[in-house]
Design a protein around this ligand. Structure first.
Ligand SMILES: [Zn+2]
Length: 338
């Protein structure tokens, strides 16, 4: 943890230096002769496109969150495109400048077809989202998987700041993952690097096999065990209540809630042990609704060493810093600082 704290301090120092450089007249004349100050300090727009909501925000050059809007996701692909373009233009009008635009989506752009794949908002699958948005806005638009955006946001100036290799996990209605190395998203040849939620639960016992059916067509994916709905079903069955209520129910004496939480933490540790054995990240940052469950930050460090192939495993398991803002922040950081 000391390394993480030192890293965060170093990152803050870097941000100060960058800010000082940007404010320096020398920076302006050296980097872009003749350009206006407005052009040099332009904001970055991030859009977080979800199945139920679209959120847009602008990041100032120092990473500060500026204008922020949230709307319900409209029905249909064309309406969704139009809504995102309108939001971006509205933010630009308010800031008085043209900005870079990045979009986080619950899927990814296939390098084979140039079209969206793997989106659980299935209306996006098969669409040329980046090119369609570029055509609407008249400039290049960068599109990235939302879990990758989360990891990028936390690596840039969040809980993982100062770490070279960050694995970000989203535990919400689904279960996603993203890898950031030296401040850049590791996308992978198929653009699926970090898609850990559709690996099977490791070291499954007989009662865990073959596992629940997953929307991806397989059975027993980590997502079917670790997501919020999966945890809630483990306690309540088909009439499941919100998984985030389980810690309070367990504290109030509900033994079945406690058992479900214990099983969930153990399964999560098994899943993360695979990540450590393969990638050995400098930290793991948890996001999504379930990341608010405080017991994970003591249970996981105790459980992880049981499964990792190493004499020591002290990988920090960190709560995200930016919470619900990570999606828009990471999308905005798809256009990194100069
Ligand atoms: Zn799956």
């Amino acid at each position: 943890m000391a390394g993480v704290a030192a890293g965060a301090q170093a990152a803050t120092g870097m941000a100060r230096l960058r800010k000082a450089a940007i404010e320096s007249p020398f920076y302006l004349s050296r980097r872009a002769p003749g350009s206006t100050l407005r052009r040099m300090i332009r904001h970055r727009i991030g859009i977080d496109l979800g199945g139920t909501k679209i959120e847009v925000a602008a990041l100032a050059p120092d990473g500060g969150l500026r204008v922020r809007r949230r709307i319900a996701t409209p029905e249909g692909y064309e309406a969704t495109l139009a809504a995102m373009a309108a939001l971006a233009r509205e933010v630009e009008r308010e800031l008085g400048e043209t900005c870079t635009v990045g979009i986080g989506i619950p899927g990814t752009i296939s390098p084979a077809t140039g079209l969206v794949k793997n989106a659980n908002s299935t209306m996006l699958n098969g669409q040329a989202l980046d090119r369609d948005m570029a055509a609407l806005l008249g400039r290049e638009v960068r599109v990235e998987n939302d879990a990758n955006c989360f990891a990028l946001s936390e690596a840039a100036d969040g809980a993982g700041a100062g770490c070279r290799v960050v694995f970000g996990v989203i535990l919400g209605t689904g279960c996603g993952g993203g890898v950031v190395v030296d401040g850049a998203v590791l996308r992978g040849r198929q653009r699926v690097a970090g898609e850990w939620g559709h690996n099977p639960l490791p070291w499954a016992d007989a009662g865990e096999l073959p596992g629940p059916h997953c929307w991806c067509g397989r059975a027993g994916c980590l997502e079917t065990w670790l997501s919020g709905p999966a945890l809630a079903r483990d306690r309540d069955g088909p009439e499941a209540r919100d998984a985030n209520e389980l810690p309070a129910r367990a504290a109030a004496g509900d033994g079945r809630a406690r058992a479900a939480l214990d099983r969930h933490a153990d399964r999560l540790a098994r899943g993360l042990a695979h990540v450590v054995n393969l990638l050995d990240p400098d930290c793991i940052v948890l996001g999504g609704g379930l990341s608010n469950m405080a017991h994970l930050y003591t249970a996981l460090p105790a459980l992880l060493p049981r499964h990792v192939f190493s004499d020591v495993c002290d990988t920090p398991i960190l709560r995200n810093r930016h919470g619900d803002s990570s999606g828009v922040r990471g999308a905005a950081w798809l256009w990194p600082a100069d």
